[in-house]
Design a protein around this ligand. Structure first.
Ligand SMILES: [Fe+2]
Length: 203
């Protein structure tokens, strides 16, 4: 799987990361449980979220290169909500989110952060990501403004710092499907903008 590795910082700035060490061992499948073991080691050894993402990104690429079963997963967006999630791993007291996510063409997510380090690898479709930053004023302490956007193509990986605010839109004629990985959510830092009420909320 080839593509760009993007890093989005807490203030919504984004840039392509330096090429990470590509780990390739075609003699042994890099199975999900081995990936989770390596991921746990990274999280124990590295506390800085930016450095964590740098270390995790090549592991995700290795996993995806070795896991054709993910590519053929038949995840269809729900016809009513426009999206669907398939959990790939869930263990009590091991607070990681590992999932496939599908969006129907034209679907738009709320504006949100993840309040955790996060990584999204696009497997299919085209996903526009728009980034925001906080620009508080006394009357509107949760005011945000756009920073810019990028169009993810299959093979691209987006690494998100915990306070990076974004929303996604599925472009093109086919659903998007992505492999999403998040750490433990710090709900005190969670931000979601309610586009209907025009208010921001912490969850
Ligand atoms: Fe997100």
């Amino acid at each position: 799987m080839t593509g760009k590795d993007w890093l989005v910082t807490d203030d919504g700035q984004y840039h392509v990361c330096e090429a990470t060490n590509h780990i390739e061992d075609l003699t042994h499948p890099y199975r999900l449980y081995r990936f989770l073991t390596d991921l746990e080691d990274v999280l124990e050894q590295i506390s800085d979220d930016s450095l964590r993402l740098q270390a995790i990104c090549p592991l995700v690429r290795r996993l995806l290169d070795s896991s054709s079963w993910l590519e053929i997963a038949l995840l269809e967006p729900d016809s009513e909500t426009g999206w669907a999630v398939q959990t790939l791993y869930d263990e009590p007291f091991f607070p990681l989110t590992v999932q496939l996510v599908a969006w129907a063409p034209g679907a738009v997510s709320p504006i949100h952060n993840h309040a955790s380090w996060g990584l999204v690898a696009l497997l299919g479709g085209q996903e526009k990501n728009t980034f925001w930053q906080r620009s508080p004023i006394p009357k509107f302490p949760d005011k945000i403004q756009t920073v810019g956007d990028i169009l993810l193509a299959p093979g691209d990986v987006l690494c998100l710092m915990p306070d990076a605010i974004h929303h996604v839109e599925a472009l093109g004629d086919e659903p998007t499907i992505s492999f999403n990985l998040y750490g433990e959510t710090d709900y005190a830092r969670r931000f979601e903008f309610n586009q209907i009420q025009g208010t921001a909320e912490n969850f």
